[in-house]
Design a protein around this ligand. Structure first.
Ligand code: ZN
Ligand code: ZN
Length: 348
């Protein structure tokens, strides 16, 4: 019985043949174009063009290889299952001697698009060797060989000489005649360059995985560049933000605080979440400054001094008690958080 599913190596060869064909077509088409007079001077450039094109063709063929082979094998396994599971028509008797006939073989028939599959059963008479064929639905197979000119059913006569079978077709409608020969000794023609071309155009797993990660990086870089181009204003703003550590923050604030009449800036233990939150405290040194103006002045000072940094006062919330002020600051880091901060800054 014919089996559709073949050894995996068969599919590898089939895929590689198609890869070779695609690559050779590419090389030939570039050669064809570069042979035109106006491109002749650009000889070395077209050479490089061929190589670059080949690099991507080989890589893309590799990328799709295992999935394609998997699909092909699944398709052929389905065909085998279809044949194996088809229900055999029962009680078929020989037209010549009326003996019950036995199934000799079965095969799957599809239309030109590999659709509408039907299983055909071939029956043998063990008594007189006559044959009949039935579709799985119990309908008898009818010999049909329509004439390509007038569509009348042609007759055929087979003649075997040695291992060559000749079939002569005859059309009763228009008299058209045709012969077909089939050489049983004819073997599959082996392309002597197949292995050499395979080495040339079908890349190894190592080269293939390198190609896949290389193109993934390339895609990432391209996306990164596109994003930076489209959001240039934001990224420029991100670049301008002063990214201060806690010590740098303290050094940044101290002179401004001193100048505005505050002192002893101190930080609590920071809380790390998505951002860094840190409580701070300081003292008001300015004699006679009332609670409300002290809070107001400090809030303005912090807003102004932190405006070009990655730090912000949380919720404008500052407590004042007997010249002692406390509040909380939030610092951000990382591209996403800085981008969000820059966007807010640009909106103002
Ligand atoms: Zn019979
Ligand atoms: Zn005809």
């Amino acid at each position: 019985m014919y089996k559709y599913l073949k050894d995996e190596s068969y599919y590898h060869e089939l895929y590689d043949r198609l890869t070779i064909k695609e690559c050779e077509e590419w090389v030939n088409s570039v050669n064809h174009i570069s042979s035109r007079d106006k491109y002749k001077k650009a000889g070395s450039i077209t050479g490089a063009f061929t190589e670059i094109g080949l690099y991507f063709k080989k890589g893309e063929r590799y990328r799709n290889k295992s999935e394609t082979i998997h699909k092909w094998m699944e398709r052929d396994q389905d065909k085998d299952d279809r044949i194996n599971n088809a229900i055999e028509p029962k009680g078929i008797r020989c037209l010549s001697c009326s003996h019950l006939m036995q199934v000799e073989s079965k095969d799957l028939h599809t239309d030109i698009n590999d659709k509408n599959d039907r299983v055909l059963f071939f029956f043998d008479c063990s008594n007189c060797n006559s044959r009949r064929a039935y579709w799985e639905n119990g309908q008898e197979w009818e010999y049909k060989n329509p004439c390509p000119k007038c569509h009348a059913n042609r007759t055929s006569v087979h003649n075997r000489k040695g291992n060559i079978i000749t079939t002569a077709y005859n059309c009763p409608g228009c008299g058209q005649k045709e012969t077909d020969t089939w050489d049983l000794d004819k073997r599959e023609e082996v392309d002597p360059n197949f292995e050499a071309n395979r080495r040339k155009y079908c890349i190894s797993d190592k080269e293939g995985t390198d190609y896949i990660s290389w193109t993934a990086n390339l895609k990432e870089i391209a996306e990164w560049m596109k994003d930076h181009e489209e959001n240039k204003e934001i990224y420029d703003a991100v670049a301008k933000i002063k990214k201060l550590t806690i010590v740098e923050l303290q050094n940044h604030l101290n002179p401004a605080i001193k100048k505005a009449g505050y002192s002893k800036l101190d930080f609590d233990k920071p809380e790390a979440g998505r951002d860094l939150t840190v409580g701070f405290s300081l003292q008001d040194n300015k004699p006679g400054r009332q609670d409300r103006s002290s809070v107001y002045d400090l809030r303005r000072l912090l807003k102004k001094t932190l405006a070009d940094t990655n730090w912000r006062l949380i919720a404008d919330d500052i407590n004042y008690k007997l010249g002692f002020l406390a509040g909380r600051l939030r610092g951000v880091e990382g591209e996403e958080a800085l981008k969000a901060l820059a966007e807010k800054m640009l909106k103002k």
